[in-house]
Design a protein around this ligand. Sequence first.
Ligand SMILES: Nc1nc2c(ncn2[C@@H]2O[C@H](COP(=O)(O)OP(=O)(O)O)[C@@H](O)[C@H]2O)c(=O)[nH]1
Ligand SMILES: [Mg+2]
Length: 343
Amino acid sequence: MTYSKSDEKKTRDFLERLTNRLQDQVGDEFTFLLVGRTGVGKSSTINSLMGKEVAPVGDYEPTTMEIEFYDNEINGVNFTVIDTPGLCDDFEEKGNDYDYLEKMRSEIDQVDCTWFVSRLDETRVTRDEKEGIKLISEAFGEEIWEKAIIVFTFAGNVAPEKYRTALKERTRLIRQEITKYAGTAIAENIPSVAVDNTQPTTPDKKKWLNKLYTQVYVSMSTQSSLPFLMSTVHRIKRPEPSTEIIYVPSPVYYPVTSSRNPSSPNSDPVPNPGYSQTQWKDEIEFTEEDRTAIDRKTRTLIETTAMGATVGAAVGSLAGPVGTAVGGAIGAAIGFFGGLFSR
Ligand SMILES: Nc1nc2c(ncn2[C@@H]2O[C@H](COP(=O)(O)OP(=O)(O)O)[C@@H](O)[C@H]2O)c(=O)[nH]1
Ligand SMILES: [Mg+2]
């Protein structure tokens, strides 16, 4: 591959910008707001996504409408899971909607991604779910739905031949309900994704964790996508870089197109002082479709003005060693983006 001095400068500039952008995120926080009836699998799904028990599962029925804040930290990134037990549940002495609205407004000051969670094996939107959608809309305005996704759980309970239709129909019904408060333009754009926290695939035999991840990354607020990526990057299967390189310690990297060089360090895992192996659960492997969506969103987050194919390939080659040099979650994220941009 021909690789000029000016390509090298562009590549280094890009990697520097990327590194700075990621370093800027350290200390940033992001929040998930979980909405849906008790027992539908809100906690289980956020735990699957984050690869760690970030919200407690099961065992408690709300008796009042509450707001729970679960503060977490992974790879040096802080994030909060805001749960709304009772909001979509039917129970006696449900309490005053108006007080709850006020509470939500005063206690929640940032939401980067909202999940409306419902079971795929149910057929209709219940009265309590409708009430929950109404309250959320009144508390935060229609904008809350611009960074929202509909998550269908218990997908494994649906027969394979009914799966497609169920997903389509349930999505339509929930969007229809949200349309009442946010209008069609916003509601029709809310993506939906089906999951099953007890198995890796949905009834179409496809893995769902990568799809959930991609939807979250694409839908969440612009300031939160990179921190989210950093908090989960250790679980992402890295794409193979397209060009092999020989790494010479800074400041010179020589990209070459030779076959695999055994001394090339680019496929070795980065030593990661920021997180431990015990947090690993399922590895997240993106499909081509996922990568395209992640690529598109990432280019809106990081200035990537006219990066030609050569620079793209060079970024792919250099990102590995640069990432290794930087280390930790930031280094791993640089390595991941390198693979992404080099395609
Ligand atoms: N079969 C199946 N069970 C699930 C799924 N998600 C959660 N569960 C189970 O449903 C129960 C309630 O889950 P939890 O995450 O606590 O629900 P939450 O109240 O909405 O937070 C637990 O026993 C979970 O193991 C799913 O996708 N499929
Ligand atoms: Mg829960």
